[in-house]
Design a protein. Structure first.
Length: 584
């Protein structure tokens, strides 16, 4: 094909211009006809015409080689693809379809297909494969329940079969559907808990001869302790089995177990039995728990969200009760939380010993005190003019303690906590996993904050109950759940005791607070030789602080925390006081 793209007069003939115009018109008509034959493609809003078999391309149309290099056609395609990605909330159909695809593939044993229906194919395939091969679970029937938003509950009915022993397995679980960002596809949001609600991410399921024989845990009176009767004791019973299963002389059975992964082990979670296919022979472990006080502790924490409490006997260190309203993690023993103003019991002992405070002598409690470039203040910015240290302790004046920071060494509080109260040594041996507090050496503002239980200081109710117990008896006795006589283990000790004067004044401070200070309302009706201290610990990201309370009455000491509860006297206080009354 020849296209006339221009014409000039030839030889000066008179008719030449008309001839040229006619030829040009013919050429235009032929080009139109050619375009119709070649079905031109639209590029970036312009037509690229194929002439003589060669592309009269974007270079010529745009007058720029860069445009072609950048791929005008590709950009348009990408924009179109981006516009086609579905976003926004999932429809009911999308949720139910994604859930159905996953559950159907799982039920049919199509592991690869089921994993592909999730947003973490690798993790899903590994756990679902282990579900059949390692946990020996077969004949799986999955029944979806009623969808709520993007969440779909489902029931699991299956069989666990191992070396000729078979037992049915039933439980409920749930999944959540999400939209994948890159293409908008609805997928199941993968977590191990989908496979079984007791699984944390990284955990696995295994059926076989249990590595640890079962134990029968007894209370101090010889009665059996069960999770059914005492829901808070689930993790405690698991811990007792882990530590004493072999020592107690039991014989292992065949079980379906949760084997904890790296993250769960960091959280000090124990392996958990889900189904016993054949019974082992349990050994017997006696604990120090009181059945009546344990029941009372369970009832007290049940009325609060995220509440934990410990009750012990100061004269011996025996733990009489431990309870948590959240049963998955034993916060009462293993928690690591800033204790707030309950830490002022330890700090007060330090200030009294160093002569930086005296119970009945005047002590500063200004609205503000700046140290280490931080400006500290009291709750509601109160101040006490011409008040005593006892008044500051009873009202929980922060600046009364912060003001003494310039007189202390960076390690003063750490040494006091370790040497007198037996804390922060990482050597408690309770009988199950526990955390014995942290009082790190700090400097400047962080050191000052640690004096009021903030900064890097971390405790749990077991630790703070022990603090009150030490004040009550004057000597640290490591708390324990199982007597050291059972296995000959060594209990932790403190290297020294407080002076008689310091101890006397510290008891006076706590008694005054229980009668007239921030603890008075909670301790109303708790009679006898009593002492108490409240605490509120600020936590980043929380609207309300954690509420703390520690107290003693006679030969009982207790401490509790209600996370995000607010003031300790209003939240943890009534829980602790109720147990002190129950044990009286």
């Amino acid at each position: 094909m020849v296209v006339v793209v221009g014409m000039r007069e030839v030889g000066g003939a008179a008719g030449a211009p008309e001839y040229a115009r006619e030829r040009k018109a013919v050429g235009n008509r032929r080009r139109v006809a050619e375009r119709r034959k070649t079905n031109p493609a639209m590029l970036g809003g312009m037509i690229a015409v194929v002439l003589g078999g060669a592309g009269f391309g974007v270079y010529a149309l745009l007058g720029s080689g860069a445009a072609a290099e950048n791929g005008t056609g590709s950009a348009s395609s990408s924009d179109e693809k981006a516009r086609s990605v579905k976003t926004g909330p999932l429809s009911a159909t999308e949720v139910t379809t994604a859930a159905r695809d996953f559950l159907t593939a799982w039920q049919q044993g199509k592991v690869t297909e089921a994993a592909g229906a999730t947003d973490d194919t690798t993790a899903a395939q590994a756990l679902l494969t282990g579900y059949a091969k390692d946990a020996h679970i077969k004949d799986v029937t999955l029944t979806a329940g009623t969808r709520t938003g993007a969440k779909v509950p489902f029931a699991v009915k299956a069989t666990v079969s191992y070396k000729g022993t078979t037992k049915p397995l039933t439980y409920d679980s749930a999944l959540t559907v999400v939209r994948r960002a890159e293409d908008g596809k609805p997928l199941v949001a993968w977590h191990s808990a989908i496979v079984h609600p007791e699984l944390k991410d990284g955990d696995t399921l295994v059926t076989g001869a249990s590595g640890t024989p079962p134990v029968t845990a007894l209370d101090r009176d010889g009665g059996e302790l069960t999770e059914k009767e005492y829901p808070s004791l689930g993790s405690v019973l698991d811990g007792l089995r882990e530590k004493y299963g072999e020592k107690a002389g039991g014989k292992a059975g065949v079980e379906l177990q949760v084997i904890r992964g790296k993250e769960s082990k960091k959280a000090e979670l124990s392996d958990k039995t889900l189904l016993e296919l054949s019974k082992g022979t349990p050994g017997t472990v006696k604990t120090t728990l009181s059945p009546t006080l344990q029941a009372a502790a369970e009832a007290q924490v049940a009325s609060k969200a995220k509440a934990s409490v410990v009750l012990l006997r100061p004269s011996t260190g025996e733990i009489l009760a431990v309870a948590n309203s959240s049963h998955g993690f034993n916060t009462a023993f293993q928690g690591s939380l800033a204790p707030g103003s309950t830490m002022k019991v330890v700090t007060s002992s330090l200030l009294l010993e160093k002569g930086l405070a005296s119970a009945d002598k005047e002590h500063p409690c200004p609205k503000y005190f700046t140290y280490g470039h931080w400006k500290f203040q009291n709750d509601d910015k109160f101040e006490i003019k011409n008040g005593t240290f006892k008044a500051s302790f009873a009202r929980s004046c922060n600046t009364a303690f912060i003001s003494q920071a310039p007189e202390l060494d960076d390690d003063s509080l750490t040494k006091q906590a370790q040497q007198v109260f037996g804390l922060s040594m990482n050597n408690w041996s309770v009988g199950v996993s526990s955390f014995d507090g942290a009082v790190p050496v700090q400097s400047q503002a962080q050191m000052a904050a640690s004096l009021i239980g903030q900064g890097g200081v971390r405790m749990n109710p077991l630790n703070m109950a022990s603090v009150s117990a030490t004040v009550r008896t004057g000597t640290f006795k490591q708390p324990y759940l199982v007597s050291p006589d059972v296995d000959g283990r060594q209990l932790a000790t403190a290297s020294r005791t407080m002076s008689a004067s310091t101890l006397s004044q510290l008891r006076e401070l706590m008694a005054y607070t229980a009668a007239y200070g921030t603890a008075a309302e909670a301790m109303s009706g708790v009679t006898g030789d009593v002492g108490a201290k409240t605490g509120s610990a600020e936590v980043d990201g929380q609207k309300k602080p954690n509420g703390w309370f520690t107290a003693y009455r006679g030969d009982l000491a207790a401490a509790g925390v209600v996370q995000q509860g607010g003031h300790g006297g209003d939240t943890a206080g009534p829980i602790v006081a109720a147990l002190l009354k129950a044990g009286g």
